[in-house]
Design a protein around this ligand. Structure first.
Ligand code: 8X3
Length: 250
């Protein structure tokens, strides 16, 4: 039987690109998101290629997460691969001007949500003594930049959780990979700047940003590595990028 992969944040960006790449590997897909129309579209589009189920829940609400995963049909319960891709930035400003509602969105979504989904999936992996968890962090988790303290903190937490998971799960035969992308052009900046697409497009001006497919390639590399190899951590920057905020623009 082919692998079963559960992907959060599957309706856009890195999550969606990973779903497409996994469909090419004939993995069976559990695609999770909050936008039903997009889930339906994915079900139709990728369902032509492989078996797909979609789950609509908010990663920030434990009851929703627990219920969605517990009530998966039996033939979908043995999840081999978990891709924690759901996450976002909300607002960008000096910390003293930050909006606590934005902070909640980032801490609840990027940290708590990742923990909740993992909590719902890990016990089964432990029981089966196999599994692979891939957490999508960010270069922002490795270096804090001005006006991004809380987003960077949320991603630094993802880095710490990835390491902690690797330490705790190794004895159960479960691999954990942390992937830290730099500038990837997705709806990320549009969300960060609250729909201001002009401001968002400036982020990617004058250089070629990463695409979600570039990150999906790295995820495929990590999850298809042989049993004797753990890809623990990958930082992937754009070709013109040297660090989070050091980008050579023309
Ligand atoms: C997104 C990368 O550098 O814009 O996580 O924060 S960055």
């Amino acid at each position: 039987m082919s692998m079963i992969a559960l992907i959060t944040g599957a309706t856009s960006g890195i999550g969606r690109a990973t779903a497409e790449a996994f469909a090419d590997l004939d993995y069976r897909l559990i695609l999770c998101g909050r936008r039903q129309e997009r889930l339906d579209e994915l079900q139709e589009y990728l369902g032509a290629q492989t078996a797909v189920v979609t789950l609509n829940f908010d990663v920030r609400t434990w009851d929703e997460v627990e219920h969605a995963i517990r009530t998966l049909p039996d033939e979908w319960k043995a999840i081999d691969i978990l891709i924690n891709s759901a996450g976002n930035a909300h607002g960008m400003s000096p910390i003293q001007d930050g909006d606590p509602a934005d902070w909640d969105q980032m801490i609840d979504g990027n940290v708590q949500g990742l923990l909740y989904v993992s909590k719902a999936v890990m016990p089964g992996m432990v029981e089966r003594k196999r599994g692979h968890i891939v957490n999508i962090s960010s270069v922002a988790g490795k270096e804090t930049y001005a006006n991004g303290a809380v987003y960077c903190a949320s991603k630094a937490a993802v880095e710490a959780i990835s390491t902690g998971m690797r330490l705790d799960l190794i004895q159960h035969g479960i691999k954990v990979t942390n992937i830290a992308p730099g500038a990837v052009e997705t709806e990320f900046s549009v969300v960060r700047f609250k729909g201001d697409s002009e401001r968002a497009s400036k982020v990617y001006e004058g250089f070629a940003p990463l695409t979600p497919d570039d990150i999906a390639d790295a995820i495929v590399y990590a999850v298809t590595a042989p049993a004797n190899v753990t890809i623990a951590d990958m930082t992937i920057l754009a070709g013109a990028q040297a660090a989070a905020t050091t980008i050579y623009r023309k």
